[in-house]
Design a protein around this ligand. Structure first.
Ligand code: P6P
Length: 342
């Protein structure tokens, strides 16, 4: 008797997006196409990231971006690729990018009736490019609020993170992965270079509620809030019952630290510091998208006191403290922040 062994069928990102379109009965495919456009740009950026050490693309651009940070050529390249992909896809009306002071209106005829706006950090952790450490892209998608055809206003972006329709990140590491959510769980796709497709590799990702890794730049210890200092000491105490002391793991690349904690469990904290009294990370295109993903995976994200997704944005490049990762670890840090906040 011949028994048919089903061929292990991989699912590409494009197939997955189309299959899941039924999650949005009223959607006519625009969001699916927008996610497809982002996937295309990610593949182009990945190609350049993988040869950064070879091409003359490495090294400072000699200019600085709106954050006052050295702008490396790959930052500029990545920003251009994502904006071009969004422009040619026709589903995005405007973009808020870490690399641009002001909003970027997509002035193409096909985008005039676009339903969505995108917030993006095209290449986060780029200071790690020339030391070959994993870097990433972070994006967040909102339905536009303004009803005027063809024009956008800052109000389209001053929306709480709870209203995101999709969010994701790309990690350019030992393998390149795209992880995203549309509010129905989190799924991870690994780029298969042999076919040039992102393939489903991490279905229905969940962050373990507990972990034994804490990620924080302890070089800023003297300037940390007392609650953070107490949490660090808590992590370092001997207590076998709660698997402490934890291990400290800090890559200095948000997407890499966050992704590791997504897989293994752990907490990433970038609190207020002397140099960054409001925190260093950006609400719109770093904290909000990762918070949406974290919550969808059963984790938590706050500014130490309040849920990140409930913070009302007031400016494009607004900074926020960020406590994100395993639910029970974030809650312990929040408890100490409440007890020891002035
Ligand atoms: P620090 C990179 O510049 C970044 O925005 C994140 O990717 C990273 O987690 C953080 O800053 C590192 O900052 O002050 O610890 O070097």
């Amino acid at each position: 008797m011949f028994t048919h062994k089903p061929i292990r069928r991989f699912i590409t990102l494009g197939q997955f997006i189309i299959e899941r379109q039924s999650d949005f009965p009223f959607a006519k495919g625009e969001l699916s196409r927008l996610l497809r456009d982002i996937g295309i740009a990610a593949k182009l950026v990945n190609r350049e990231v993988n040869k950064a050490g070879l091409a003359d693309i490495l090294g400072d651009m000699g200019e600085t971006n709106v954050q006052g940070e050295d702008q490396k050529k790959l930052d500029v390249y990545a920003n251009e690729q994502f904006i071009n992909a969004l422009r040619s896809g026709g589903e995005c009306l405007a973009v808020a990018s870490e690399e641009n002071e002001d909003l970027i209106e997509i002035e193409s005829p096909v985008s005039q009736n676009a339903k969505y706006v995108v917030c993006i950090d095209p290449l986060d952790g780029s200071s790690n490019i020339d030391v070959n450490v994993s870097i990433g892209t972070i994006f967040s998608i909102y339905r536009r609020k303004s009803d005027r055809i063809g024009t956008t206003t800052i109000e389209d972006f001053m929306i709480k993170g709870t209203e995101q329709v999709a969010a994701g990140y790309v990690i350019y590491g030992s393998s390149t992965m795209l992880v995203y959510t549309t509010g129905k769980g989190v799924n991870g796709f690994t780029l298969d270079p042999s076919i040039g497709e992102f393939c489903l590799s991490h279905p229905d990702m969940k962050i373990p509620e507990d972990g034994v890794l804490y990620s924080i730049n302890e070089g800023n210890y003297t300037h940390f809030p007392d609650g953070v200092k107490k949490y660090i000491k808590y992590c370092q105490e001997d207590d076998k019952a709660t698997n402490r002391p934890y291990s400290s793991r800090y890559i200095g690349s948000l997407v890499a630290d966050f992704h590791r904690n997504m897989i293994k469990g752990g907490v990433y904290i970038y609190p207020s510091t002397g140099k960054s009294p409001k925190g260093k990370l950006r609400l719109l295109y770093e904290a909000n998208p990762l918070a949406f993903i974290a919550e969808q995976a059963g984790g938590k994200a706050s500014n130490g006191f309040d849920r990140i997704l409930e913070v009302q944005p007031e400016s494009l490049h607004q900074r926020t403290p960020l406590f994100i990762g395993s639910k029970n670890m974030v809650e312990k840090a929040e408890e100490l922040m409440r007890i020891h906040s002035a």
